[in-house]
Design a protein around this ligand. Structure first.
Ligand SMILES: Cc1cc2nc3c(=O)[nH]c(=O)nc-3n(C[C@H](O)[C@H](O)[C@H](O)COP(=O)(O)OP(=O)(O)OC[C@H]3O[C@@H](n4cnc5c(N)ncnc54)[C@H](O)[C@@H]3O)c2cc1C
Length: 604
């Protein structure tokens, strides 16, 4: 918005009100008071808060340092490919936010309200009224919903009670449904008790780190091996996932920061041609992921794999199905066999990761999925897939994408391996074990499902799966109220009587929210996780020099806002009325202007 103002100042003044309860700039994911052992999952040089010349936008946004450039000093030894803490990332984001607010042009007032928006209704065509947690009301001409994961289902213990077949009251006592913030949840995981961790992804790694390094344990390097020295305050952690395996380690980066592999087969042209063909043959341009897109993606991966193989004396072949299900039948003979398979698998994966995302065939192939995410978005977003195929994409492909392409840095997987070998983390229940109430002991008990084996009693289970966006069942009052009033609606993918509702809200391609009458609002925008389903993977940090999706989205919203303001000469007049009832805010960075001719935009 500041860039849009600089390009084309509006008449009068602009007041931007930012509503955020946790920390301006950093927010609830990167708040800078969190423990420093929680890592970012992206390397420092691949994070930025600024646009660059690659971003396709008519706005010349401000230029500034990437996280790496901001953090690096001659003394701190930060490498471009290092994975910094989320706390330091938050410091960077907060510093950028402060600087940006401080350098706003004189006619732009940025007001920061440290509170939560709990409701919102339309006053008239040009105005929204936002209700704040403290009971105050804020009037504004346009609103941008940027509430992150707040649209997700409130993963309460009732959902897990159903899954485990236990009563709600027992689940309240035995299940931690929402692990974040970890400072509040992990004290319930008591030293030496046997606890369950449902999930082996990034959240599980955070919880495990909080219960080990966060409790005084240490990792020591012994030659090539990493060894864990316990503090004695760790719980015994039984961790599991659908495959029983962790995410694959990210390959060491061998690509220049501005290089993102391009497509040879999964191109926009190829996607367009398939849409034309489908329209001709089936009467709808919608694509089938497995039939139309997956073969092209596999060809891209095989190509990257084979070009890495060219430099190896041993010439392994590319097998897609080995990536999808890497578990040998012999691994499923029992708990010991699975554990020894797990250890070998992780060691092999680490060796691959250390070779790098260009030299190693497997890592090179997996990096393609990451690099071609924009092509997949082009194909699948805004109802690009047939409904049944969209469901498959969300429930089968996206988790696989997460396992292959956006795993943690190798250090995190090395630590997990050291903890498994030290007996602190137990993964020997294998793929998709079952947790049920043991009627004899009256406690939760986990049992392997993929092979016979004894169970273990769990004192508590932590849900380490991030709830997918589900605005129809969200616990966020603001989103719930907007859905109830029909101002926003769950996105629906429909074809020939088949319907799929992925969970996020419907928006237009310029991120205008769509209401229950299927009309696009002119002055209500939404971006990020709340739109998941209509969009795909829109909740990531911006990356420099690759025409970042997050930067394009932000710019697109600012441009649409400007179009809206430009077409509404009466905005300034209605704002005069609005201003007389606005809260003024408790913690303004700039005092709201006293003029009564300002267009107002709010962002929650
Ligand atoms: C634990 C965790 C780790 C992650 N790690 C990475 C990573 O390493 N790399 C990466 O690229 N992505 C990561 N992500 C994804 C993350 O979602 C994005 O990086 C990024 O935070 C998305 O930005 P956002 O502004 O859309 O949402 P958020 O950063 O979630 O910001 C939304 C903000 O809205 C505020 N809010 C919500 N509801 C209201 C309301 N009603 N009123 C006022 N304010 C409200 C929240 O307090 C929050 O600060 C991670 C996510 C999580 C949860």
């Amino acid at each position: 918005m500041l860039a849009a103002w600089r390009a084309q100042p509006l008449q009068g003044r602009l007041r931007i009100t930012v509503i955020e309860p946790v920390e301006f700039g950093a927010g609830e994911t990167y708040y800078s008071s969190q423990p420093d052992f929680l890592r970012l999952n992206t390397s420092a040089s691949q994070v930025t808060a600024f646009p660059d010349d690659t971003v396709t936008s008519s706005l010349a946004g401000p230029r500034g340092p990437s996280l790496y450039e901001w953090y690096r000093t001659p003394h701190n030894g930060m490498a471009a490919d290092a994975y910094p803490s989320r706390r330091d990332t938050g410091r960077y984001l907060s510093a950028v936010f402060k600087k940006m607010v401080g350098s706003a042009p004189p006619d732009v007032v940025v007001e920061c309200l440290r509170t939560t928006a709990v409701g919102m209704h339309r006053v008239n065509e040009n105005e929204w009224s936002i209700q704040l947690r403290d009971g105050q009301e804020l009037l504004c001409n346009a609103v941008v919903l940027a509430v992150g994961g707040a649209g997700a289902a409130h993963a309460d213990s009732a959902l897990l009670a159903k899954e485990f077949g236990i009563s709600r009251s027992f689940a309240e006592e035995k299940v931690i449904a929402r692990p974040y913030p970890l400072e509040q949840s992990t004290p319930r995981l008591k030293p030496r008790e046997v606890v369950g961790i449902l999930g082996l992804g990034l959240t599980a790694l955070d919880i495990i780190r909080a219960c080990t390094v966060g409790r005084g344990g240490k990792f020591l390097r012994d030659g090539a091996e990493l060894r864990y020295v316990p503090s004695g305050d760790e719980p015994q952690m039984v961790a599991w996932s659908r495959t029983g395996l962790p995410l694959m380690a990210r390959g060491a980066n061998q690509k220049p920061v501005d290089q993102k592999g391009d497509a040879s087969f999964l191109t926009e042209d190829a996607i367009d041609q398939m849409r034309h063909k489908n329209r001709r043959v089936c009467g709808s341009p919608k694509l089938d992921f497995v039939r139309d897109l997956l073969p092209l993606l596999i060809r891209e991966m095989a190509k990257a794999h084979d070009s890495a193989v060219a430099s190896h004396s041993h010439k392994p072949k590319f097998y897609w199905h080995r990536l999808v299900w890497p578990i040998d039948r012999t691994a499923l003979r029992g708990a010991d066999a699975f554990k020894s398979f797990f250890v070998d698998y992780v060691r092999r994966d680490l060796a691959d990761a250390h070779q790098g995302n260009v030299s190693n065939p497997v890592k090179s192939a997996c990096d393609v999925i990451h690099d071609l995410r924009d092509k997949l978005r082009y194909a699948v977003e805004f109802g690009g897939l047939r409904p049944e195929s969209h469901l498959f994409f969300d429930t089968a492909f996206t988790p696989l994408h997460n396992r292959l392409a956006v795993g943690p840095p190798p250090e995190a997987i090395e630590e997990l391996l050291a903890l498994v070998e030290a007996g602190i983390v137990d993964i020997s229940c294998g793929p998709a074990p079952r947790v049920k109430l043991d009627s004899c002991s009256g406690q939760l008990r986990i049992r392997p499902y993929a092979f016979p084996g004894a169970g273990r009693e769990l004192s508590v289970v932590v849900n380490a799966r991030i709830a997918p966006t589900n605005v129809a069942a969200t616990g966020c009052p603001l989103v719930r109220n907007l859905v109830a009033a029909g101002h926003i609606v769950p996105f629906t993918n429909t074809l020939n009587g088949t319907t799929y509702r992925p969970g996020g809200i419907a928006v237009t391609e310029d991120y205008r929210a769509v209401d229950s009458q299927n009309r696009a609002h002119a002055n209500l925008f939404a971006l990020g996780a709340i739109t998941e389903g209509c969009t795909w993977y829109s909740q990531v940090l911006a990356r420099p020099y690759v025409n970042s999706r997050s930067m394009r989205d932000a710019s697109c919203v600012a441009e649409s806002l400007w179009d809206y303001f430009a077409g509404r000469t009466n905005v300034a007049l209605t704002s005069a009325h609005a201003n007389s009832r606005s809260t003024g805010g408790k913690n303004p960075s700039h005092e709201p202007g006293s003029e009564t001719t300002e267009p107002i935009a709010a962002s929650a």
